[in-house]
Design a protein around this ligand. Structure first.
Ligand code: FAD
Ligand code: UDP
Length: 381
C-alpha cells in the first residue's frame, strides 16, 4: 500500500517524491515508462565515456535563490554560462543578437550608444504585440527577424512565428551591449556530476520506491494507493476526451567525434540552413576532459515523445478544458511541463513542484498519528 503514486521521474515527479517522503514521512511509488529516471534532463556516459544529455542540451539557470538552494541539497555545481553562435549569411555571429552580431553582419563599427537608434530606424510598430513575429519585428525590424527567427521558428515548430504566442521568441532577448551569454540569470550552473546523479540522490530514501519501464496503465489496477501525482501529458490522463493537445517533438542525432573540441561554444544555431535547428557539444557544459568529444544535432519532428507544448491561442483554449477536468479530479495533482501544458524550464518546474507541495501540506495536514510522540509517562524500571 502506497500513500502516493507519482507518474514521471523528471524534475516535477522527483521533487515531489523527495518532499513527500522526507517532510510527510509517507510512502511513495515513482514510476516512469522510460528505462531511466530524470525525465528529459536525463544524462549518461556514452560508449566512449563522454557525458551526454540523451534529450538534448540542458543548461540550468534561475533567478530564484530558493530553487537554487533546494536543488543544492542534492548536487554540487560547476559554474557554466552558456554561449550560442548562429550561422547567418555564412558568418558565425553571437546569438542573442548583440552589438558584435550587428557589427560583424553589416561590417559596421557601431557603439552601444549608437545601436538603439540603429534598431529603432528598422523596428516596425504593430498595433498590438501578440505573436512571435510582432515581438521581434517591433525591436529589430523585419530583416533581422527573417535572418534569425523566421527560418529557425518554422523548422522548430512547423509554424510561422505569426502563428505562435509572443512568449516563444521572447525567450531570446536583443542586446545593445557585447554580452554574449545566452542567459543572464543570477544562478547559472551545471550539476557537477550530472543530472542523473542529482536525481538519484533526490530519490534515495526508504520511503521512495522507483520503478522504471513502467507505464501507469500497467500498474493502475495492480497497486493500491491513496493519491496520485501526474507529470505526463494531461490529455493522456483523460484519455484524450477533448481531443489531442499538440506537442512538438525532436529527433536527436548523437555523435562522438575523434578530436578534442569541435564547436567554439556550447551550441551553434542554424536559423537559415540545414534541417536541424542546432548542434551542441557537451564538453563545454560538463567541463569533461577527454581526447574525443560528443555532440547532438536536433531535428524537429511531428512524431515522437512530447517535448514542447505549442504556445498559441487555440491550444491554450483546449488546455483550459483539460485544466477544468483536472481541477474537478479529487486526489490527483497535475504538475510539470506536460501536465500543465506550459513551456517551462527546469527551474520553473522545480518551483511549481515546490508550490504544489505547499498546497498539499495545506490541503492534507499530517495526521497526528504519523508524528512520533514521546511517551508522557515513562514506566519505572
Ligand atoms: P519530464 O522531464 O518530461 O518528465 C515526465 C516523465 O513522465 C517522463 O520521463 C515520461 O516518460 C513520464 N511519463 C509520462 N507519461 C507516463 C505514463 N503514462 N507512465 C509512466 N511514465 C510516464 N530546461 C532548462 O531549464 N534548460 C535547458 O537548457 C533546457 N533545454 C531543453 C532542451 C530540450 C531539447 C527539451 C525538450 C527541454 C529542455 N528544457 C530545458 C526543459 C526541461 O526538459 C523541462 O523543463 C523539464 O525536464 C520538465 O520536467 P517534468 O518533470 O515536467 O517533465
Ligand atoms: N529562436 C529563433 N532563432 C534562434 C533561437 C531561438 O528563432 O536562433 C526562437 C525559436 O522559435 C525557438 C524560440 O526562439 O523555439 C526559443 O528558443 P530557445 O533557445 O529558448 O528554445 P529551447 O532551448 O527551449 O528549444
Amino acid at each position: 500500500m502506497f500513500d502516493w503514486v507519482i507518474v514521471g521521474a523528471g524534475f516535477a515527479g522527483a521533487t515531489l517524491a523527495e518532499r513527500i517522503a522526507t517532510q510527510r514521512d509517507e510512502k511513495v511509488l515513482v514510476i516512469d515508462r522510460r528505462p531511466h529516471i530524470g525525465g528529459n534532463a536525463y544524462d549518461r556516459y556514452n560508449d566512449d565515456g563522454l557525458l551526454i544529455h540523451q534529450y538534448g542540451p540542458h543548461i540550468f539557470h534561475t533567478n530564484s535563490q530558493m530553487i537554487f538552494d533546494h536543488l543544492s541539497q542534492f548536487t554540487e555545481w560547476r559554474k557554466y554560462e552558456h554561449k550560442v553562435r548562429g550561422i547567418v549569411d555564412g558568418m558565425e555571429v553571437p546569438i542573442p543578437i548583440n552589438l558584435d552580431t550587428i557589427n560583424k553582419l553589416y561590417n559596421l563599427n557601431l557603439t552601444s550608444e549608437e545601436l538603439p537608434a540603429w534598431f529603432a530606424a528598422r523596428a516596425e510598430h504593430p498595433a498590438e504585440i501578440k505573436t512571435s513575429e510582432d515581438v521581434v519585428v517591433s525591436v529589430v525590424g523585419r530583416e533581422l527577424y527573417e535572418k534569425f527567427f523566421q527560418g529557425y521558428t518554422r523548422k522548430q515548430w512547423a509554424m510561422d512565428p505569426s502563428e505562435l504566442d509572443k512568449s516563444v521568441t521572447a525567450r531570446v532577448p536583443t542586446r545593445t551591449n557585447r554580452d554574449d551569454r545566452y542567459f543572464t540569470d543570477e544562478f547559472q550552473y551545471m550539476p557537477k556530476n550530472g543530472y542523473t546523479r542529482m536525481f538519484e540522490k533526490m530519490l534515495d530514501h526508504p520511503n521512495i520506491k522507483v520503478m522504471t519501464q513502467t507505464d501507469y496503465a500497467d500498474i493502475r489496477n495492480e497497486v493500491t494507493f491513496k493519491r496520485l501525482i501526474w507529470t505526463g501529458p494531461v490529455d493522456e490522463y483523460f484519455n484524450f476526451r477533448h481531443g489531442k493537445l499538440p506537442y512538438r517533438s525532436l529527433k536527436f542525432r548523437h555523435e562522438t567525434v575523434d578530436q578534442e573540441q569541435v564547436l567554439p561554444v556550447g551550441t551553434v544555431n542554424y536559423p537559415q540552413t540545414e534541417a536541424f535547428t542546432r548542434v551542441s557539444e557537451y564538453k563545454h557544459m560538463t567541463g569533461q576532459v577527454h581526447p574525443k568529444t560528443a555532440l547532438t544535432w536536433e531535428y524537429p519532428s511531428a512524431e515522437g515523445d512530447p517535448y514542447y507544448p505549442i504556445p498559441r491561442p487555440e491550444n491554450a483554449a483546449l488546455y483550459k478544458k483539460y485544466e477544468r477536468l483536472a481541477m474537478a479530479t479529487p486526489n490527483v495533482w497535475f504538475v510539470g511541463r506536460l501536465a500543465t501544458y506550459r513551456y517551462y524550464n527546469m527551474d520553473q518546474v522545480t518551483g511549481q513542484a515546490l508550490a504544489t507541495f505547499r498546497r498539499i501540506q495545506e490541503a492534507l495536514p499530517i495526521e497526528s498519528n504519523v508524528i512520533e510522540l514521546t511517551p508522557r509517562i515513562v514506566a519505572a524500571e
